[in-house]
Design a protein around this ligand. Structure first.
Ligand code: SF4
Length: 424
């Protein structure tokens, strides 16, 4: 869709990514602290402790729709005026007493502790000396970036110093980097790699432990899934440990096949074995989805999502016969937009709530795909809506089985009887 530059003729203003949100408008963006929680939240064998008011703790407790272990200092006015380090020290000791198997801790700064200048690094060194555990300071006051994307970068930088040199694994071994294991997505990726004889050391950060991060360098190859959150981390591992990385995607049939071939080539696997696996899995997948393709053909979709899934989803939707009339990221990077551009009629970033509603009423899409925060506006206006992240019962959307699950989710949404009420 081309713009004449006049907002009046466009459903959404076309905004490049990377700009700050406009004051006065309502944005769906989160803060830098939340972005750090989004990345680090699932890491096990660690205490996660947020140093800030109770609201920050509450905000960071749910990550991708799941409650994660999180302690907080719940600062009040007195500690904000006179300093909260004593409370933080006490909270950290208490948290270690409650989680004795933790090998270390992540200490999250917030707006409040950033503003009053709490010396988290000094306290971390002191507790490391006392306890022998690693204390990682995550310097992520909410105001220190334009959106949660800034927190993703801070989180991965904070992990770098945990990684140590390690001897290589005996069998071909990879790490999945920037893979968040939504609804068990890593399980399907592992299933396919294991069929090729490739082991997965760890899944960063969707299914990982403190001790596995320390030994990341034992893998032969990093597979990079989300470039916008984790490319800097993968590049740093290549520089420090000579650990190469490959950008892959396991969303959509063409991408899974291409990624398996790339992995096979990089690890020197038998190409016959790779091709046999792809043929066998594709045949089974087509058999399962074939009867639904007619339902999807030519249907128009509007996609509004965080960032990294825009391109992969656009590709999957096109493979199924949909037309993506437009897409908007909430906190996209230029890499996300480059990936999504070939599949989308128009592309923008950080749409306000009023703009989203205007786009719905002007474009009248057959299907809306959006995140959990945005979904209710589209649902209330009567548009069939598929929300992300998907719940566990919908299953993974990665790999071949994930493609089938995605098709069934789309069928359920499009055929739900409730949308008939819209006409009443
Ligand atoms: S913006 Fe600041 S105060 Fe609000 S949740 Fe984020 S860190 Fe806490």
């Amino acid at each position: 869709m081309r713009s004449c530059g006049n907002y009046g003729c466009m459903p959404l203003r076309i905004k490049p990514c990377g700009l700050a949100s406009e004051p006065g408008g309502m944005t769906q963006r989160s803060c830098v602290y939340f972005g750090a929680r989004y990345v680090l939240g699932p890491i096990r064998e660690a205490v996660h402790l947020v140093h800030g008011p109770v609201g920050c703790g509450y905000y960071g407790a749910m990550v991708r729709g799941e409650a994660k272990d999180l302690f907080g200092t719940a600062l009040t006015a007195g500690e904000i005026i006179f300093g909260g380090l004593d409370k933080l020290r006490k909270a950290l000791h208490e948290a270690f007493a409650l989680r004795p198997s933790a090998r270390g801790a992540f200490l999250y700064a917030t707006c409040t502790t950033g503003l009053i200048g709490e010396d988290l690094a000094g306290l971390a060194r002191e507790i490391e000396r006392e306890s022998g555990r690693r204390i990682v300071v995550v310097d992520c006051p909410g105001f220190s970036g334009k959106s949660q994307a800034g927190g993703h970068a801070v989180a991965y930088r904070s992990l770098l110093n945990l990684v140590r040199p390690f001897s290589k694994a005996e069998h071909p071994t990879v790490n999945l980097i920037g893979e968040y294991n939504v609804a068990g997505e890593a399980r399907e990726i592992k299933r396919l790699l294991e069929k090729l004889g490739v082991k997965v050391h760890t899944v960063l950060t969707g299914d990982t432990r403190f001790s596995e991060i320390e030994r990341l360098s034992r893998a032969h190859l990093n597979l990079l899934f989300c470039g916008s959150t984790a490319r800097e981390f993968a590049s740093a591992l290549k520089e420090r440990f000579g650990l190469p990385y490959l950008k892959v995607s396991f969303y959509g049939l063409s991408a899974v096949g291409a990624s398996l071939r790339k992995v096979g080539e990089a690890l020197g696997l038998s190409s016959d074995k790779v091709e046999d696996l792809i043929r066998e899995e594709e045949t089974r997948t087509f058999r399962e989805i074939r009867s639904w393709l007619k339902l999807f053909s030519g249907k128009r979709v509007l996609v509004v999502l965080g960032a990294g899934r825009l391109g992969p989803l656009g590709r999957m939707l096109r493979e199924l016969g949909f037309e993506v009339i437009g897409a908007a990221s909430v906190f996209g990077s230029s890499e996300d937009h480059q990936e999504a551009a070939p599949f989308s009629g128009f592309l923008t970033d950080d749409p306000g709530d009023d703009e989203f509603e205007r786009a719905l009423s002007m474009l009248k899409p057959d299907l809306v795909i959006t995140n959990a925060r945005e979904q209710w506006r589209a649902v209330k206006l009567g548009f069939p809506t598929l929300s992300f992240p998907q719940e566990r019962r919908r299953g993974p959307y990665t790999g071949y089985q994930g493609f089938v699950n995605f098709v069934y989710s789309l069928v359920r949404v499009l055929r739900a009887p409730v949308w008939r009420l819209k006409a009443l």
